[in-house]
Ligand binder design. Structure first.
Ligand SMILES: Cc1ncc(COP(=O)(O)O)c(C=O)c1O
Length: 381
């Protein structure tokens, strides 16, 4: 740790990372791990201090949170107001174990089997699996607004599952785009399930705008699901949150017997509070490294893998790279794997994924360079 790198984000080495216990570095031993969306950075000090103090107290019994949202649910309300100028009622906030739980609850309870669900593709693969598992019809949503309207008019889906910012492309929908989407939503009477888990990872001067905040009419049609797990690297703590703008869905959720959906884990709740309320200095440092890495990656690809096409993302630490110069389908993924790098295969993300890989660049600059050199079959050792 140095003045230039107070949180030790830039000095991580492959040797250190190989000894970390998570799935990222343990699932494919021997390969460099640039696949699952976990960062290589250790958690923010305010979070580890808070979790450490719970352990030190030695008491982890039932919590006195009362009915309604947990303290993390309240921290979510404060965060939305202070960072995004979106003022919401805590009564409409529900704690969850993870974001996918909220997405699946909304699809399952608000749409019927066979219903169309519009989704921008390529798409985060658990969304694709969710639709298949739940017998819903995937409606491919184009990014172009004119084309989106045509598809919605023709396919008449029941819902738009918005991934905002988008995984894997790293796109951020700006206000004019969100307003255009909103008018299509209104015209075709859709509900919106907006997964905003990557919202704290928008690069300046971009700005995240919660979809539901576009207008009161949109809020009343939207379920927003998010968590601290991507931006603060807390996925193993299993906590997420859902704002339910759709009144009848809120009533449906509340009509279930107590305990039906479970209740949150105190470590996940306390970590989320420390993340949103006390860790913005750490997040700013992380965004600094990620911002450098997203641009550095463009230079590294030019140097080591000329012909690879990469649009620098506006958000997220995920790079969506067209490597079709190395073949179709998952041929590039398999080649990189054989050279010693584990990426996410493009076809996993559905339409538009052939010849692509997704690379997670949330690591130190030197590990990133090692990853790209290894993809090219060169060794920096
Ligand atoms: C868009 C998106 N939604 C949801 C998740 C997973 O969140 P959770 O583990 O809370 O379900 C991810 C993880 O990468 C993601 O990228």
């Amino acid at each position: 740790m140095t003045e230039h790198d107070p949180f030790g984000l830039r000095s991580l080495t492959v040797e250190q990372l190989r000894s970390t216990p998570g799935v990222k570095w343990q699932q494919h031993p021997g390969r460099l791990a640039s696949w699952v969306a976990d960062m290589d950075f250790p958690m923010a000090p305010a979070i580890s201090e808070r979790l450490g103090s719970i352990v030190d107290r030695g008491m982890v019994g039932y919590q006195k949170w009362g009915a309604g949202a947990s303290p993390a649910g309240h921290a979510f309300v404060d965060r939305m107001a202070s960072k995004y100028n979106w003022n919401i009622d805590v009564e409409r906030v529900h704690d969850l174990a993870d974001v996918l739980q909220g997405v699946r609850l909304a699809i399952g309870m608000l749409t019927e089997p066979g219903a169309g669900i519009a989704l921008h593709t390529p798409a985060y693969h658990p969304f694709l699996h969710s639709l298949t598992d739940m017998d819903r019809r995937l409606v491919h949503a184009p990014f172009d607004i004119g084309e989106l309207r045509e598809v919605i008019a023709a396919e008449r889906p029941a819902a738009l599952l918005l991934c905002h910012p988008q995984n894997p492309t790293g796109r951020v929908f700006d206000r004019p785009q969100l307003e255009a989407i909103a008018s299509i939503v209104e015209e075709f009477d859709l509900i919106v399930i907006s997964d905003e888990i990557h919202s704290d990872l928008v690069y300046s001067p971009g700005q995240h705008i919660p979809f539901a905040s576009v207008s009161p009419a949109m809020e009343s049609r939207t379920i927003t699901v998010t968590s601290t797990s991507k931006a603060f690297n807390l996925a193993g703590l299993r906590w997420a949150v859902m704002h339910v703008g759709i009144e009848r869905f809120d009533a449906m959720l509340r009509s279930y017997p107590k305990h039906w959906f479970g209740s949150p884990n105190m470590f996940g709740v306390e970590a989320a509070v420390a993340a949103w309320a006390e860790s913005d200095d750490w997040l700013a440092a992380v965004m600094g490294v990620l911002d450098e890495n997203r641009h550095h990656l463009a230079e590294l690809l030019d140097q080591y893998l000329p012909g690879a096409l990469y649009r620098v993302p506006d958000a997220t630490y995920l790079a969506w790279i067209d490597c079709s110069m190395l073949g179709d389908g998952d041929a590039p993924f398999e080649l990189f794997q054989s050279r010693g790098v584990e990426l996410s295969p493009g076809t996993q993300f559905g339409a538009g994924g052939s010849g692509h890989v997704r690379l997670n660049f949330a690591t130190s600059p030197s590990v990133l360079e090692q990853v790209v050199a290894t993809m090219a079959g060169e060794s920096l050792a």
